[in-house]
Design a protein around this ligand. Structure first.
Ligand code: SF4
Length: 287
């Protein structure tokens, strides 16, 4: 008898042998690209790149997704756990500093199978939208060294507007607290070996929400965790209904958020330059 999928907080309860839930992916893993990615935070990309594997589908599906073709499952090829283990070896052979699993939540159980076949000799990075259940996070904690979660929205109104999910912050912030508790930061020679780096993308008309995320991090960060404030928002995806999303963030919005960060007591942080808003940072998909 097939099991029903309740891996992530969406609890779709579907048989993924034959049907898709919110993530729009069946049981078998699909990926759209793997390569040494140069554009992550400096302590992740280093000088040789981060060994990034981009998974197809997504269990959150933000309207403004910067990897739209992937998250909507229009790109990707099927791979087995053995194939993924081989990809880990190939990336290691290219000299990457880590294995970086992008949007892994809906395949986390399959990825764990690959790690049991071949455990990379470099840190494993879990690059997630942050909307993790106890089930998905407990599996990730068995093999992940570095958590790289987004914390996208504080406001339930914003998360509902752009993802259809009102309890995003409640679920994601609780998962991130657990990540920070479980992975005290270790950095060596400028590269992160273990820890948590919380990412937040500033959205047009939402600087207030970004400042609330910074305030939350200031009050709750544990174990020398990092925050990375991203300004690279580029109009992309299913944004026809959202007039405010049809432009990059303004200089004024960027500076408001930057000022809040500077006035906080946070010292473990990265902030992108505003010129990072460009489609050139969106990879070309291979599969
Ligand atoms: S992994 Fe996919 S099918 Fe399973 S509960 Fe999450 S969104 Fe639904």
């Amino acid at each position: 008898m097939s099991e029903k999928c309740n891996l992530c907080p969406n609890n779709c309860n579907v048989d993924r042998q034959n049907f898709v839930g919110r993530c729009t992916e069946l049981n078998n893993m699909r990926i759209a690209k793997f390569y040494p990615h140069p554009f992550e935070e400096p302590f992740i990309s280093g000088t040789k790149g981060s060994g990034t594997v981009f998974f197809s589908g997504c269990s959150l599906k933000c309207a403004f997704c910067q990897n739209f073709e992937l998250s909507r499952s229009t790109r990707g090829k099927s791979i087995t756990a053995h194939d993924l283990a081989d990809i880990f070896k190939q990336l290691e052979g290219m000299g990457v500093h880590n294995i970086n699993l992008v949007n892994p939540t809906h395949f986390v159980d399959k990825i764990y199978e690959a790690v049991k076949i071949y455990h990379p000799n470099v840190p494993i990075v879990y690059n997630t939208h942050g909307y993790e259940s106890k089930t998905s996070l407990d599996i990730a904690l068995k093999f992940v060294d570095v958590f790289l979660p987004d914390l996208k929205f504080k406001s339930p109104t914003l998360s509902k507007r752009y993802t259809g999910i009102a309890n995003y912050f409640e679920v994601a912030s609780s998962a991130i607290l657990k990540m920070m508790q479980e992975r005290p930061t270790q950095i060596k020679n400028g590269l992160i070996l273990k820890g948590t780096c919380v990412r937040h993308l500033i959205l047009p008309l939402a600087a207030k929400d970004s400042i609330e995320i910074i305030n939350w991090f200031e009050q709750n960060a544990l174990n020398e965790s990092y925050i990375s404030i991203m300004s690279q928002y580029t109009p992309f995806g299913e944004i026809d209904k959202f007039a405010e999303l049809k432009r990059p963030i303004t200089k004024g919005e960027y500076e408001r958020v930057l000022q809040a960060l500077m006035q906080s007591s946070i010292t473990n942080c990265y902030i992108q330059d505003r010129t990072s808003a460009s489609e050139k940072f969106i990879p070309k998909w291979d599969f």
